[in-house]
Design a protein around this ligand. Structure first.
Ligand code: FES
Ligand SMILES: [Fe+2]
Length: 451
């Protein structure tokens, strides 16, 4: 007989979810171990460390990590903790360095993590220190189209298997151009919210006409965006897909319109259309006709904490999240267009972005409700669209029948349970890769040195 799992937080038949997962310290501590201790985590982008000996300081969950490019061009993710007593060996956000010296007693590490120099190695340690075993703790690193992921789990599947068929959709943004993408930023801020509230929001298009009504009205008036209404959302042919914990929403485009991006306005539309038209032959070669012309990735999350592009929800306790907002642009895009997208992205989803402020207020209150002794006796309701999702002949993953659905949220919390109840990767299910990846695009990016 199988043991009862420790975490049963969602009732998939009724869509009810236990609010304690948003506020309890013990559950949060388990998340750090069972999810952030073994999932593939987005930690940066190769464009942040383009040259030999470049480094960028980042995080895996709460753990400080230095992303380095060593003398051979190889990437490393190194725990920023001196193996002597635990001081940080790097105290800046980024730079270029062959070595990191701990400022407590002077132990010095190479940028591939090896412990190179210990003051008094002969005199104080009598040459008895086992230096090779005292390098910086290193995570396993792999990249997808220039986005850098890392995991602490030695038994993790490949990043390619982890992303699975979600990549079929992700490629339509992250893998379009031969020259790859480049990351700008990040902008960083703290939010009084549980990290999961913003992840599950990535597939929540139900909130858009309500939460963002005033922001959308401003945009209709001044930027010429179409008006937003519930009717349009309910009638939308757009879709939701779910693969391996990754939540995708996408547009089934039947015209030759560029994908909507922040920065598009009646004044800049011409720039986007020109760029779309001139790059389409290259994109079609890389992605095949269906994905290049008809599939446009929209809001999405990459399990566990990647949000809408290269944006990270870094947990800082059950009731706090540090948010990192990068803007990803095609490296070979005209500078004018990069500027328009950067400003548009910040104006919408930056720290002072109109849409972001609407959203954070919701997430804060959802988090707070889970701290209420009375409130937490009553579960969240995620019942929308139960029984209205399944396999689709054209699109990989588990597809919701309608654009407005809570199918992805229910499956996200099921995935959360998979991780929280598993003793190792051996018992975490993975969907097989079944999609047809037409075109020449692969996991590799032009930032990587040749294999
Ligand atoms: S703590 Fe780093 S050298 Fe002592
Ligand atoms: Fe929103």
């Amino acid at each position: 007989m199988r043991a009862t799992p420790k975490y049963v937080v969602i009732d998939p038949a009724a869509g009810k979810i236990d609010r304690r997962i948003f506020s309890e310290q013990a559950i949060y501590d388990d998340e750090m171990e069972k999810i952030f201790g073994r999932a593939w985590l987005m930690i940066g982008h190769e464009s942040l460390v383009p040259a030999i000996d470049d480094f960028f300081h980042t995080y895996m969950g709460e753990d400080p990590v230095i992303l380095t490019r060593d003398g051979q061009g190889r990437l490393h993710a190194l725990l920023n903790m001196c193996r002597h007593r635990g001081n940080r060996v790097c105290r800046v956000d980024d730079g270029n360095a062959k070595r990191f010296m701990c400022t407590y007693h002077g132990w010095t590490y190479r940028n591939d993590g090896a412990l190179e120099h210990v003051p008094g190695e002969s005199e104080a340690y009598y040459d008895a220190l086992d230096k090779p075993s005292l390098g910086l703790i290193e995570a396993h690193v792999e990249t997808y189209a220039g986005i850098v992921f890392a995991t602490w789990a030695k038994d993790a599947p490949s990043l390619e298997a982890y992303l699975g068929d979600a990549r079929w959709y992700l490629d339509t943004v992250f893998n379009r151009r031969d020259g790859g993408m480049q990351a700008l930023g990040p902008m960083k801020w703290l939010e009084p919210v549980n990290w999961k509230t913003m992840v599950d929001n990535c597939s929540d298009n139900y909130h858009v006409p309500t939460s963002h009504l005033s922001s959308a009205r401003v945009q209709s008036r001044y930027l010429g965006r179409p008006r937003l209404s519930h009717e349009d959302q309910f009638a939308s042919p757009n879709k939701h897909a779910f693969v391996n914990g990754h939540s995708i929403t996408f547009r089934d485009a039947d015209d030759n319109a560029p994908r909507y991006m922040h920065g598009v306005s009646k004044d800049t539309m011409r720039l986007f259309q020109e760029y779309h038209d001139t790059t389409m032959p290259e994109i079609e070669r890389r992605l095949g006709t269906l994905r290049a012309r008809r599939v446009q990735l929209a809001n999405h999350s990459i399990f566990p904490n990647g949000i809408l592009g290269l944006r990270l929800a870094l947990p800082r306790g059950p009731l706090k999240t540090e948010f990192w907002h990068f803007v990803l642009v095609d490296r070979d895009m005209p500078e004018e267009l990069k500027r328009v997208i950067r400003i548009g992205s910040q104006a919408n989803n930056g720290a002072a972005g109109m849409f972001e402020q609407d959203d954070v207020d919701n997430w804060r209150q959802v988090t707070e409700a889970s701290t209420s002794r009375l409130g937490r006796r009553h579960p969240q309701d995620l019942s929308m669209g139960i029984g209205h999702a399944g396999l689709h002949p054209d699109y990989p993953g588990f597809i919701s029948d309608r654009y407005i659905s809570e199918n992805n949220q229910r499956l996200f919390y099921r995935r959360w349970e998979d991780f929280m109840n598993a003793e190792s990767w051996a018992t975490i299910p993975l969907d097989p890769v079944e999609a047809r990846f037409d075109g020449t695009a692969t996991m590799r990016s032009p930032w990587s040195p040749p294999p």
